[in-house]
Write a protein of this length. Structure first.
Length: 159
């Protein structure tokens, strides 16, 4: 191309600057967009627009919490980024971040409200019934004591 039409007469690799941003079309990742010239991570979003110009998996951070929208479970809530148990409640708010069935403990007794028979009474959490006694091992203890008593009684009769 002649020097009169060559925008870069001293650069053998460039001749045109379609968008007029002073970066030749060959070196310009966006030759028709005067606001962008580079795409460092190759994600198709220019570095000036890309909040994460060196991360091809991220381009936006809608809540400005420094976690990209693709990795952020709550892209519009700057106070939350993760939901480890997938229950829809962020780890920062969820009292039980690894238990998908529990999120709140109103009385602070360490038992989540969904499993707490008395969610407003920290002194109690479960109703006592025959089932819970057996589950807790009290039924087994009762059985063992009865067995020992019977053995002792039989032993005394023989003597």
């Amino acid at each position: 191309m002649g020097d009169k039409t060559d925008v870069f007469p001293n650069d053998k690799n460039e001749t045109l600057d379609t968008d007029g941003d002073e970066v030749g079309d060959n070196a310009d990742a966006f030759p028709t967009d005067a606001t962008e010239t580079k795409d460092s991570d190759g994600d198709g979003v220019g570095d000036k627009t890309d909040v994460f110009p060196n991360d091809k998996n991220e381009t936006l951070d809608s809540d400005e919490d420094e976690v990209g929208d693709n990795a952020d479970a709550f892209p519009n809530d700057a106070s939350e980024t993760k939901d480890t148990d997938g229950d829809g409640v962020g780890d920062n708010t969820d009292v039980f971040p690894t238990d998908k069935d529990e999120t709140v403990d109103t009385d602070g007794d360490g038992v989540g409200d969904n499993g707490d028979d008395f969610p407003n009474d920290a002194a109690k959490s479960r109703k006592l019934d025959d089932q819970s006694l057996e589950d807790s091992g009290a039924g087994s203890l009762h059985y063992l004591l009865m067995l020992m008593l019977m053995t002792l009684t039989m032993y005394r009769r023989k003597a």
